[in-house]
Write a protein that binds this ligand. Structure first.
Ligand SMILES: Nc1ncnc2c1ncn2[C@@H]1O[C@H](COP(=O)(O)OP(=O)(O)O)[C@@H](O)[C@H]1O
Ligand SMILES: [Mg+2]
Length: 296
């Protein structure tokens, strides 16, 4: 991939916890890096650190990523975390953003899948950073630094696992991402949640240009390989909300009618060592194709 081409960026977002943001981010990144030649960079931006901890759990098995724990400790000690990057970026009086990019900041899970973990300190970000406007450009600047560092891979795709709220960090992601991907679940509360989220996204997004927004059903209940009647009902409801909000708010929100991910307990082991369960690989490939469709 040419060094000058900027990567496509996708942020997985929902105010709700437990809808599958972390799982879906990982499974998409894993599918993408395994079944294509793409080079993928994945961020954990959630102070709850689910993705970071899950990747660390592979340690126990001593198989997949035994080096992560040591690498992570060192990055904390050497002040090479995402929090340190923000600290540097927002330093009062700093003339420029001085944060060298290398593999002490980015962890290499595999040749084609690289990872920037989260830190608990992100909890304190809202208290420590006062200049909201300055913070808005943080992620764009950081991605620029990564692209021009010459020390790390040229990434084709960047995926963000975002926290279940609008933090300053997710704000800075929203103002530079190409696609906001919203997983929902087949339940009564989903449509209300999507409506709230879409309406507030409109207010938060800085048009550079306005990202695409895509909503899809995760944990789809199926019968004979198609969504059950109940799930299909919720899918239609959410599809209508996307259409209505797009018209009324002037945003571009698409519901993926044909790209859903089914509910399978095997997915629980996907991050901690098992990879995407074989019965879900097609679902994630379909989801990826749908994402590419709107990114074009
Ligand atoms: N398609 C799925 N089928 C079954 N369980 C799922 C699916 N997607 C996510 N889960 C489970 O739902 C729970 C919440 O997922 P998680 O990715 O942590 O959500 P979030 O990041 O939105 O809080 C986890 O236990 C996860 O294993
Ligand atoms: Mg999560």
């Amino acid at each position: 991939m040419s060094a000058n081409k900027s990567p496509k960026t996708i942020a997985t977002i929902n105010f709700k916890g437990g809808v599958g943001k972390t799982t879906v981010t990982w499974c998409l990144a894993d599918t993408l890096s395994t079944y294509s030649n793409a080079s993928v960079l994945m961020f954990d931006l959630d102070a709850q650190m689910s993705l970071t901890q899950a990747i660390g759990l592979n340690e126990d098995k001593g198989t997949l990523y035994p080096a992560f724990g040591n690498w992570y400790e060192k990055s904390l000690k050497d002040r090479k975390t995402i929090f340190d990057a923000i600290d540097q970026y927002t330093k009062p009086g700093a003339a420029h953003f001085d944060f060298p990019i290398g593999y002490d900041f980015i962890y290499q899970i595999s040749n084609t899948l690289h990872f920037i973990p989260s830190v608990e300190d992100l909890y304190w970000l809202e208290l420590e950073v006062f200049d909201r406007d300055q913070m808005k450009d943080f992620m764009r600047r950081l991605l620029g630094k990564i692209a021009h560092s010459g020390k790390v891979a040229d990434y084709d795709y960047v995926l963000f696992d975002c926290p279940p709220s609008f933090t300053l960090l997710s704000y800075s992601v929203l103002s530079c991402c190409d696609l906001v991907l919203i997983p929902v679940n087949p339940d009564f509360f989903a449509s209300r949640g999507v409506s709230l989220l879409l309406n507030s996204l409109k207010m938060r997004i800085e048009p550079h240009p306005t990202p695409q927004i895509a909503v899809f059903m995760n944990k789809t209940k199926t019968y004979a390989n198609t969504p059950t009647k109940e799930t299909a009902f919720y899918m239609r409801q959410i599809d209508q909300i996307c259409q209505r909000t797009s018209e009324s708010q002037g945003i571009r929100a698409t519901f993926f009618n044909d790209a859903w991910v089914r509910e399978r307990v095997g997915i629980k082991r996907a991050i901690t060592g098992g990879g995407v369960p074989p019965e879900l690989v097609k679902d994630f490939q379909g989801l990826w194709q749908a994402c590419l469709g709107v990114l074009k």
